[in-house]
Design a protein. Structure first.
Lengths: 114, 118
């Protein structure tokens, strides 16, 4: 069983389109994240939700909107896709309670905007 | 401000050599966690180790070992008798607490690409 699963794994789409990436975790964790990895492999947090509540919202364009219907799911919707949005998007989860609990990542979603 | 520096962008060694990946961090927190993650060519991020700021004991797991030194703000990772399967990008990371819910915000270094040649 995959602990953190995200779909689709690969997504190629045209500029201007709207797309979503779905994420589910079966670890029973109460916190979920979206990270973005650019072409230089740099990983940066985008959002964090704790029990469906937005906790961390880094400087991310409004075109990116996370949605958490329950604590096991955190989806990422991107409007009006731009070339610069091409990246690998990682969903992750952790069980909070103490600072620094381990974050477990999904396999990543490779987004290519053409 | 929190920061993680992995000065080695790329390292290439011959199989069976030992190799150390450096990690230096900055934080004003007295309580923090340090991590290492591995990203093989297949792309997934694999958790390797977590170390809290109060535990400076070195850790060994098979061919992997980690040296945490608060005095130099370093958390270095050594692979002994390297193998081709160790080829990957390795990330060092630092966790800070955030807000009332203590949601962790892990900050990653820029990664070190390790290539092991047969």
């Amino acid at each position: 069983d995959t602990a953190v699963s995200q779909t689709p794994k690969y997504l190629v789409t045209q500029m201007g389109n709207d797309k979503s990436i779905k994420c589910e975790q079966n670890l029973g964790h109460d916190t979920m994240y979206w990270y973005k990895q650019d072409s230089k492999k740099f990983l940066k947090i985008m959002f964090s939700y704790n029990n469906k509540e937005l906790i961390i919202n880094e400087t991310v364009p409004n075109r990116f909107s996370p949605k958490s219907p329950d604590k096991a799911h955190l989806n990422l919707h991107i409007n009006s896709l731009e070339l610069g949005d091409s990246a690998v998007y990682f969903c992750a989860s952790s069980q909070e309670g103490l600072s620094g609990n381990t974050i477990y990542f999904g396999e990543g979603s490779w987004l290519t905007v053409v | 401000a929190q920061k993680v520096t992995q000065a080695q962008t790329e390292i290439s060694v011959v199989e069976k050599e030992d190799v150390t990946l450096d990690c230096v961090y900055e934080t004003r927190d007295t309580t923090y966690y340090l991590f290492w993650y591995k990203q093989p060519p297949s792309g997934e991020l694999v958790f390797l180790i977590r170390r809290n700021s109060f535990d400076e004991q070195n850790e060994i797991s098979g061919r992997y070992s980690w040296n945490f030194q608060k005095s130099t703000s370093s958390f270095n990772f050594t692979i002994t008798a390297s193998q081709v399967v160790d080829s990957a990008v390795y990330f060092c990371a630092l966790s800070e607490a955030f807000g009332y819910s203590s949601a962790s915000k892990i900050i990653f270094g820029s990664g070190t690409r390790l290539s092991i040649r047969p």
